[in-house]
Design a protein around this ligand. Structure first.
Ligand code: ADE
Ligand code: ZN
Length: 326
C-alpha cells in the first residue's frame, strides 16, 4: 500500500494552525525555566497527562495556561521555528499561522514582541527551509468586540507583518455577529478574513460568518453537513473549509475518526482541506492528520490529491503562485 508514502510526500499547504498550539510540553518547560515562570505541573509527563479533553473549553483552559511561558521576542521566534521545521518535514510548502495576541498582551507582553518574533521566524522559514509562511491575527471571541478593536489598533503599526484576521476561542454563546463592526473595519483595511465556525457551534454560525463577517474561509465548518442549503452554498461558492480531523477527535466533535465527515464534505464538492489546528495538544502535525484520517475512513489517493489541491486553492497566495502549485 503506497498511500501512506503518497500522503507524506505530497506537497501541501496548512491553512489552520494556532502557533500557540504548537508549543510542545518540553518547550513549555524550557521556556518556563528560562523566564522564571511557574506552571502548575511538576513534569513534562504530568502536563501531557492533562491533555485529556472532553470539549473545546476543556482544551482552551490548558492551552492558555501553556502560553503563559511566552514573554520575549525570542520565545515567540523559538516556538514558531520549531513548528516550521516540523511543517517542512511534512512537506508543507506554505503555511498560514494563526496567533492570539490578546493571550499575550493581557499579560503585559507588547504586541510588537509577539509579532516581531513570529514574523522573523516566517522570514527565516522561506530562506532556510523553503517554506512560505504568513500570519493571521485572531481575535478571541470570548472577549468583547471593544477589546478586539483595541487589539487591532495596537497591531496596525505592524500591519505589513500579517495578512489576515481570524476569530477563535470559545464558540458556543459567541456568534460571529458579535464581531460585525470590527470585521467590517478589517475588511476596509484590506485584510483577508477567516473565522472559526461550525466546530461545536450550529450551521447558523457558519451562515453569519459568511454573510455578516464576510469571511473568505470557514475554519472547521464540520457542522455544516447538518444544513443542506448551507452545503449547497459552500459547494457552489467553493468556500474553503479548514478541517482538523485529529482536533475534532480529541475534542470529541466526532466519537471516532472513522465517523469523521471529511469524505462527505469532499463528495459534496466542497473545498475541504486537512490541517493540524493545535498539533502539540492533539497528537499530530500535518502528515499524522492525513495518515490517521485516511487509515480510519478509507479515503483514496484521488481524494488525497484533491485535498492537496484544495489547500493551495484555499490559500491566500497570489494567483501565479497558486497556479504553479496546483
Ligand atoms: N484556539 C486554538 N484552537 C482552537 C480551536 N480548535 N477552536 C477555537 N479556538 C481555538
Ligand atoms: Zn482552530
Amino acid at each position: 500500500d503506497r498511500l501512506p508514502a503518497l500522503l507524506a510526500a505530497m506537497p501541501k499547504a496548512e491553512l489552520h494552525m494556532h502557533i500557540e498550539g504548537s508549543l510542545e510540553p518540553e518547550l513549555i518547560f524550557a521556556l518556563a525555566q528560562r523566564n522564571g515562570v511557574s506552571i502548575p505541573y511538576a513534569s513534562v509527563e504530568e502536563l501531557r497527562r492533562a491533555y485529556a479533553f472532553t470539549n473545546l473549553q476543556s482544551f482552551l483552559d490548558i492551552y492558555y495556561a501553556g502560553a503563559s511561558v511566552l514573554l520575549k521576542e525570542q520565545d515567540f521566534y523559538d516556538m514558531a521555528w520549531a513548528y516550521l521545521e516540523r511543517a517542512a518535514a511534512d512537506n508543507v510548502v506554505h503555511t498560514e499561522m494563526f496567533f492570539d495576541p490578546q493571550t499575550h498582551t493581557a499579560r503585559g507582553v507588547a504586541m510588537q514582541t509577539v509579532i516581531d518574533g513570529l514574523h522573523r521566524a516566517c522570514i527565516d522559514a522561506q530562506a532556510r527551509l523553503g517554506v512560505s509562511a504568513a500570519l493571521i491575527l485572531c481575535f478571541l471571541r470570548h472577549l468583547s468586540e471593544e477589546d478586539a478593536f483595541a487589539t487591532l489598533e495596537q497591531a496596525l503599526p505592524l500591519r505589513d507583518k500579517f495578512i489576515g484576521i481570524g476569530l477563535d476561542s470559545s464558540e458556543l454563546g459567541h456568534p460571529p455577529e458579535k464581531f460585525a463592526r470590527v470585521f467590517a473595519r478589517c475588511r476596509e483595511l484590506g485584510f483577508h478574513l477567516v473565522a472559526h465556525a461550525g466546530e461545536e457551534g450550529p450551521p447558523a454560525y457558519v451562515w453569519s460568518a459568511l454573510d455578516v463577517l464576510k469571511v473568505e474561509r470557514i475554519d472547521h465548518g464540520v457542522q455544516s453537513t447538518k444544513d443542506a442549503e448551507l452545503m449547497k452554498r459552500l459547494a457552489q461558492e467553493r468556500i474553503p473549509l479548514t478541517v482538523c480531523p485529529l482536533s475534532n477527535l480529541k475534542l470529541c466533535v466526532f466519537p471516532e475518526l472513522a465517523q469523521h465527515n471529511l469524505g462527505q464534505l469532499l463528495d459534496a464538492g466542497l473545498c475541504a482541506t486537512v490541517n493540524s489546528d493545535d498539533p502539540a495538544y492533539f497528537g499530530g502535525y500535518m502528515n499524522e492528520n492525513f495518515l490517521q484520517t485516511f487509515a480510519a475512513t478509507g479515503l483514496t489517493a484521488k481524494q488525497a490529491w484533491q485535498l492537496a489541491a484544495n489547500s493551495f486553492e484555499g490559500s491566500f497566495v497570489d494567483a501565479a503562485t497558486k497556479a504553479r502549485w496546483m
